[in-house]
Design a protein around this ligand. Sequence first.
Ligand code: GNR
Ligand code: NI
Length: 176
Amino acid sequence: MALLPILTAPDPRLKKKSKPVEQVDAGVRRLMDDMLETMYAAPGIGLAAPQVGVLKRVIVVDVSEKDSPPAPHALANPEILWVSDHDNTHEEGCLSVPEHYADVVRPAEVRVRYLDRDNEIRELEADGMLATCVQHEIDHLDGILFIDRISALKRNMILRKLLKEKKLAAKEAAPA
Ligand code: GNR
Ligand code: NI
């Protein structure tokens, strides 16, 4: 197992569309396990492969409460089969948009088809935080961040701050 570095916005890799995996083989399984380890260490409740620079359609989630047993899910090629016609608003954050939070409106329930860690086709029906998180992660596979689902005013404010921090960090790493 290994901890993988997490990309932060703005980064062109976070805007790309990820490619489906052919099958869940040992390499994809390793990626899933490393992503789970990275997610728990962050800590976060979800992680998508492009966030660690891998443009494959692989996501992991665990929305279990702190004092209940872990409930890891690893999904390859997740496809939304159905969304409820009622919406939910949740405050979202993202490991690739550190320290910024905003309310996002999404369908309250989803049904998703995917390949599991054993390359078996499965379906997951989710509501609540799991539904929000799975949609947030699938968005990453299509190059979409939660800030793309809020007002342009808020988005640009957040992006400007993140860019400024990146420039400052680069300067500190390599002083003139
Ligand atoms: O850790 C995370 N928390 C979170 C909170 C509300 C909605 C979505 C998320 S996902 C996020 C981790 C992450 O960036 N996944 O891509
Ligand atoms: Ni995210």
